[in-house]
Write a protein that binds this ligand. Structure first.
Ligand SMILES: [Zn+2]
Length: 309
């Protein structure tokens, strides 16, 4: 979840005509398919991007996108393979990653996800940062198979390893590592080579967990690994290293200001990300240095967001 979802959330929050222009017209969105080798393809639509693994046994899909994009995801997969979609992995409990689950489950796919993801989907959620309510998912959309720490799936000659990243982008994150293809889906724990990442504290995310997730992915990577970020083209190991270093730098700087007794507003005014913004704050993105500073501050201070409107 990043730009599109943030834009939608902000549009829902501020119903002014200017912001309403940010409302998303999914009928206009196209899915860009990129061949990453060894049967793995990236399906990008500028939201919760998907990966597929295609083989003789069928198709394994990572993340199903929003409900409105489900038919387009199916059509994009059909252009690559005429085999059935057998397995779906959901990386985390944001609706742009599980929204079309029900459609795919009704088509025969078995859904896999972290235990917390199933709980969050079943209960419904409230995203305090954007005052957004996500309703409970119908039973057919819930993962049939859950895991707690790690899981390995052997699919058509590929080894697909699932690692839970505790309290990172959310508390339901799965990092998905395609060993032979050398590709990792980062769930939402990486913002790409040039963007601050987002973490959702009302869904159990934290700055420390984001750093831990990026460390874990670095331990799996070599210089040719492609890392699927929360949005946009696949990132690089260099970008992931730089992102981890940036997060650690921000944590140290903000913790120092907290230790000096500064308030949230004083810390934002001190611009602790000033020299980092040129690389990490994309133009027109709501993920500015100030926004990320507030997120980091609240995480370090253990500010508990409200769990209902
Ligand atoms: Zn997300």
């Amino acid at each position: 979840m990043r730009r599109l979802w943030l834009a939608a959330a902000l549009a829902a929050l501020y119903c002014s005509s200017a912001v309403a222009q940010l409302r998303i017209d999914y009928s206009r969105l196209e899915i860009k398919t990129t061949d990453l080798g060894h049967g793995v393809y990236f399906l990008g639509w500028q939201g919760g991007d998907s990966l597929i693994l295609v083989g003789n046994d069928g198709v394994l899909l990572v993340d199903t996108s929003v409900a409105q994009m489900g038919e387009k995801i199916k059509a994009a997969i059909a252009r690559v393979s005429d085999k059935p979609i057998r397995l779906v992995i959901n990386t985390h409990a944001h609706a742009d990653h599980f929204g079309a689950n029900e459609l795919l489950a009704k088509g025969g796919a078995v859904i896999v996800g972290h235990e917390r993801l199933r709980e969050r989907m079943a209960k419904g959620q409230y995203l305090a940062a954007f005052k957004q309510t996500i309703p409970p998912s119908p039973p057919a959309a819930l993962p049939a198979i859950t895991y707690i720490e790690t899981m390995t799936i052997h699919f058509d000659g590929e080894t697909v390893q699932l690692f839970h990243a505790p309290r990172a982008h959310t508390d339901s994150d799965t990092l998905v590592y395609f060993k032979r293809a050398n590709v990792i889906h980062a769930s939402g724990t990486f913002g790409g080579d040039r963007s601050y990442p987002f973490f959702d504290m009302s869904s159990g995310g934290s700055l420390a967990g984001m750093i831990g997730a990026e460390e874990k992915m670095l331990s799996l990577s070599d210089d040719k690994t492609r890392i699927i970020a929360d949005e946009g083209d696949p990132g690089s190991t260099e970008g992931l290293k730089a992102s981890r270093d940036m997060l650690v730098t921000i944590r140290v700087r903000i913790q120092k200001l907290i230790d000096e007794g500064k308030s949230e507003d004083q810390i934002v005014a001190a611009k602790p990300t000033k020299d980092l913004d040129a690389r990490w704050a994309q133009q027109a993105s709501p993920l500015t240095g100030d926004f990320f500073t507030r997120l980091a501050y609240q995480s370090l201070k253990n500010v508990t967001p409200p769990t209902r409107p």
